[in-house]
Design a protein around this ligand. Structure first.
Ligand code: UDX
Length: 433
């Protein structure tokens, strides 16, 4: 198979590299010449474990290449994947589809023979119809089918998720396109990953429904955590107690500072817009969005409470800034709201994050960035675990207490247990217990 990937960002690059690893010939396209030059030189534009080796191996095998020349890459391709960004449009929360439609026009102008055009970007229901309409207009004489094939990759685990998916959703009624998609994913369904064929609109909605459900699950356990604190119960045990019920499932029941990242916040908003336009409200998701937003600010108040109610002149050490570990992604990270709340309350913030500080520097101009957790904690009145990076799971707590002005630990990810902290000098605050 010859596959062209339009957009060499997170999804495009991971998908392109994995498809080439299956043995397909893949060309990844991007408008950004600096990004393509960097990729040609073996430098990844994003931090994703294992990606650099995967790219290097497949480039060396001659199956993976990069270009800015979309027309040349599209000519002769069996399948053209659209994996460009769909940011939230400023003002109204709708997904901004400018990049998707621009790419579609360019693809239409460059297509040479029969081809399948696949949207991998997360796009609102009905986008496939609009992509098809554009192609009918730009290249009416070409045999083109439009497929929706959403991705379900988690940052930091994207390659594993791609190669061992729980399912692959393929939305198209076109039999020829279904066969092309079967051939592309052949190594996976031979591995018994279910390939689920649906209508195109159904596939588009499935992606939003999956993310909204996961966001709901997290928000549910977060509110139960607050209730646990209020009534003297332990949310870790509640999560385990309900998660062992197979109908509920134990994953995504880890209480914390609220979800962030590039997907959940954006996709829940886009789903609400779709629901509003269709006059079919999804009220649970409306509540989830509100609860999660206010939770991030509430985490700042939790830290101030641990400082005795007054943050003025106090120093706070933040451990972790990215929205989750194993990524440098700061989009909608809870740390942003927490830093804001602490600075508004008059505190000084020192921080350390293993991968996120370069990006965080521009977003948090008032913060002092440090070389490690102990450096960040020096003379601090409280230390806060914001992101559960592995380096924060085995801190030398005696050493930490020694460098701090006061041994107070706020653990927003429940990385430690109250029992182990009881053996240390620390006063400990965690989530839901
Ligand atoms: C998510 C989906 O998992 C993925 O399928 C989709 O394609 C893109 O969005 P990602 O944003 O990379 O992936 O991260 P994920 O690991 O799902 O975590 C999302 C957020 O939820 C993070 O802020 C994380 O800290 C939070 N989370 C997750 C919790 O607070 N508790 C949990 O139990 C799980």
């Amino acid at each position: 198979m010859r596959i062209t990937m339009i957009g060499s960002g997170y999804v495009g690059l991971v998908s392109g590299a994995c498809f080439s690893d299956f043995g397909h010939d893949v060309i990844c396209v991007d408008k950004d010449a600096a990004k393509i030059d960097a990729l040609d030189a073996g430098n990844m534009p994003i931090y994703e474990p294992g990606l650099d080796q995967l790219v290097a191996a497949n480039v060396a095998a001659g199956r993976l290449s990069f270009t800015t020349d979309l027309a040349q890459a599209v000519a002769g391709a069996d399948a053209i994947f659209i994996a460009v960004g769909t940011p939230s449009r400023r003002g109204d929360g709708h997904a901004d589809l400018t990049y998707v439609f621009d790419a579609t026009r360019e693809i239409g102008a460059a297509i040479t023979g029969p081809a399948v055009v696949v949207t991998k970007s997360t796009v609102p229901v009905g986008t496939g119809d609009r992509v098809e309409a554009i192609l009918r207009e730009v290249c009416p004489d070409k045999q083109v089918a439009v497929v929706s094939n959403p991705e379900f990759l988690r940052e930091g685990a994207a390659i594993g998720d791609f190669k061992r998916p729980d399912r692959i959703v393929v939305g198209t009624e076109d039999e020829r396109a279904r066969q092309v998609m079967r051939d592309i994913y052949r190594p996976l369904y031979l591995n018994e990953s279910p390939l689920l064929f649906t209508g195109r609109r159904t596939a588009e909605l499935t992606k939003y429904a999956a993310n909204a459900f996961l966001a709901t699950k997290i928000t549910f356990i977060n509110e139960i955590a607050d209730l646990c604190e209020a009534v003297g119960a332990d949310v870790q045990d509640v999560a385990r107690g309900i998660g062992l019920d197979k109908r509920i499932g134990g994953k995504f029941l880890h209480a914390g500072p609220g979800y962030g990242g590039s997907c959940f916040p954006k996709d829940t908003l886009a789903l609400l817009k779709t629901a509003e336009d269709a006059e079919s409200p999804v009220r649970i998701v409306e509540a989830v969005v509100k609860v999660n937003d206010s939770r991030k600010r509430a985490m700042g108040r939790k830290v101030i409470h641990a400082l005795g109610g007054d943050a003025r002149g106090k120093t706070v050490a933040l451990f972790g800034l990215t929205f989750k570990p194993n990524t440098d992604d700061m989009r909608d990270a809870p740390s942003l709201a927490i830093v804001q709340a602490l600075e508004d309350a008059g505190a000084r913030v020192r921080a350390f994050d293993p991968e996120g500080m370069e990006i965080a520097r521009d977003l948090m101009p008032g913060v002092t960035f440090c070389t490690d957790a102990y450096d960040a904690a020096t003379d601090a009145d409280v230390a806060v675990i914001v992101t559960e990076w592995n380096v924060f799971r085995a801190l030398d707590l005696d050493r930490l207490a020694d460098v701090m002005a006061a041994p107070v630990l706020v653990d927003l990810r429940n990385v430690y247990s109250p029992a182990e902290i009881a053996r240390t000098p620390f006063t400990y605050h965690s989530i839901g217990r």
